[in-house]
Design a protein around this ligand. Structure first.
Ligand SMILES: Nc1ncnc2c1ncn2[C@@H]1O[C@H](COP(=O)(O)OP(=O)(O)OP(=O)(O)O)[C@@H](O)[C@H]1O
Ligand SMILES: [Mg+2]
Length: 257
């Protein structure tokens, strides 16, 4: 389990400010959702957490260590799940151990028994054990995203990052994927940061919420604090009424902790 501290994080691209003085602390094991309109800085924040983008100012500290580049205990799941279509679900999951066993070994399946066990265990966590031999390209978008999650889990991370993992999925598949993500994070005691566009799904599965607007943090709180007004603050002038299918009441947590 690793706690995450973000302190005065600022990222500029020339004259564009992607993040401006963002600070928060997320304790180990928390499931945090990052909300904000397009361009608000969600991906930039996740990339800074992953060590894929260097901040202009400020820092990210994970488990007491400042982030200066990618590290194995921090895994990132991308929206376009960079799954290898010709490999089976199992073959794809195995590539998650690539940083340990090498690229060719992972693609050719030359891993040791422990790596193989980890891949099957991760597929089991995302409910795909029975489909493990199926070619990834024959799977649905939601299943492929679950393969992407399994691959991240094989890395044995302490921190799991996902940038809009359900953006291209229908509402039903989105919920299924989010349910597996949340369950995986709970079971494996991971600290998670997930960026989402869908406020309803965020409220259903999230525990902690960070709202960004124009690169600034405009909300930081837990589910009961994410009221209709708070969502309005995050999304500005956009009509947010439809984002509250539950009428703005704090939803029951989908996954018990
Ligand atoms: N590599 C880059 N070079 C220049 N500007 C960038 C770069 N990456 C992001 N930006 C800018 O930084 C701002 C924040 O972008 P970011 O991708 O973090 O937003 P986002 O919230 O993830 O948006 P979306 O919901 O569309 O994915 C935007 O104005 C974007 O144009
Ligand atoms: Mg983005």
């Amino acid at each position: 389990m690793s706690g995450v501290v973000v302190d005065g994080l600022t990222k500029r691209y020339g004259s564009v400010t992607a993040l401006e003085d963002v600070s928060f602390e997320v304790p180990a094991g928390e499931f945090a959702i990052i909300l904000g309109v397009s361009g608000s800085g969600k991906s930039t924040l996740l990339r800074c957490l992953a060590g894929l983008t260097d901040p202009t100012a400020g820092e990210v500290v994970i488990d007491g260590e400042p982030v200066v580049g990618p590290r194995p205990e921090v895994a990132m799941i991308f929206q376009q799940h960079n799954i290898i279509g010709d490999l089976s679900a199992y073959g794809n999951a195995l590539t998650g151990g690539m940083s340990r066993s090498g690229f060719f070994e992972s693609v050719l399946g030359l891993q040791n028994e422990e790596e193989k066990y980890r891949a099957l265990d991760a597929l089991d966590t995302v409910g795909l054990l029975e489909e493990s031999e199926q070619k990834a390209r024959r799977m649905s978008g939601g299943q492929q995203q679950r393969v992407g999650i399994a691959r991240a889990l094989v890395q044995r991370p302490a921190v799991l990052l996902a940038d809009e993992p359900v953006a291209s999925l229908d509402p039903g598949s989105s919920q299924t994927v989010m349910r597996y993500l949340r369950t995986a994070a709970n079971e494996r005691e991971l600290t998670a940061f997930i960026s989402l566009h869908q406020v309803n799904i965020a409220r259903k599965f999230g525990e902690r919420f960070i709202g960004l607007q124009g690169g600034r943090k405009v909300f930081d709180g837990y589910r009961e604090e994410l009221t209709v007004d708070a969502v309005d603050d995050i999304y500005g002038d956009i009509d947010t009424e439809g984002m509250f299918l539950d009428g703005g009441r704090p939803a029951e947590t989908e996954v018990a902790r």
